[in-house]
Design a protein around this ligand. Structure first.
Ligand code: CA
Ligand code: CA
Ligand code: CA
Length: 251
């Protein structure tokens, strides 16, 4: 990897897909088309995975034809902060795609194409997100949000395991909570989560980002962060979680 560098600032700029979608990039280099050089996959803030083909070599890359990857006939769109990783997850000889996302899920997109022309099927959720807030002082017993994935045989038993990096913010309310406050906070958090799930459903249905229903839900979700759920302080950290594979390669 140390010999792969953008040749100039303008070359790097060409990789940008749009102003918003070029933020929070999560790059991963892999030979996606099986021609021996490393191509570039870039996970984006909005949850897309952009592939930039390398028409050069490993030492002198020549980036071409950036495009958003599709799966099951639709552009891949996970719950923000996409973080791609390529590996043969099911052991059939074709490179599959794993993607972590902002909500903490890890998605698996099986490759049903060929070694030179990958074609990804609809995503399967290998791990779901935390589905709740972490509070300061709580033990953190599983991974949090913004998952980033590496698949390798970490325990050296012959199958591929998952290493999952995360982001966790353990919140601390800025005031002493009564029992009623706690109940109301839990209720608001559930409402916010339901809002996120409705957004995911719209994305699954292929609803466009400028659709009024989509925009209304985005605004509703923002209102929870900015008005309805005021927090102050807390602890922020990231862990690396080891998920040992114990089943066969069928899923
Ligand atoms: Ca390649
Ligand atoms: Ca495969
Ligand atoms: Ca293993």
């Amino acid at each position: 990897m140390s010999d792969v560098r953008p040749r100039s600032a303008s070359a790097a700029a060409r990789l940008m897909v749009s102003d918003a979608d070029s933020l929070a990039a999560s790059p991963h280099a892999a030979d996606l088309d099986g021609d021996g050089d490393l191509d570039l996959l870039i996970g984006t803030l909005l949850g897309h995975v952009v592939r930039v083909r390398n028409d050069g070599t490993r030492k002198r890359p020549d980036w071409r034809d950036e495009e958003k990857l599709t799966a099951g006939g639709r552009v891949i769109r996970v719950e923000g902060c996409a973080a791609p990783f390529v590996c043969d997850w099911n052991g059939d000889g074709l490179r599959d795609l794993l993607v972590g996302d902002g909500a903490g899920s890890v998605w698996y997109f099986p490759n049903a194409g060929s070694p030179s022309r990958p074609s990804f099927e609809r995503g399967i959720e290998l791990l779901d997100g935390p589905q709740r807030w972490f509070w300061a002082g709580d033990p953190v017993e599983r991974h949090g949000a913004r998952t980033r994935v590496c698949a390798t045989d970490y325990d050296d038993d012959g199958d591929i395991d998952l290493l999952v990096g995360d982001f966790v913010h353990q919140r601390r309310p800025g005031f002493d909570l009564t029992e009623e406050d706690s109940r109301r906070l839990d209720e608001l958090n559930r409402e916010k989560l339901a809002c996120s799930q409705r957004l995911s459903e719209l994305r699954e249905q292929g609803v466009a980002e400028d659709d009024p229903r989509y925009q209304a839900l985005v605004e509703e979700k923002l209102a929870y962060d900015q008005e309805k759920l005021p927090y102050s302080g807390g602890e922020t950290h990231g862990f690396v979680w080891f998920y040992r594979r114990i089943d066969d390669r069928s899923e």
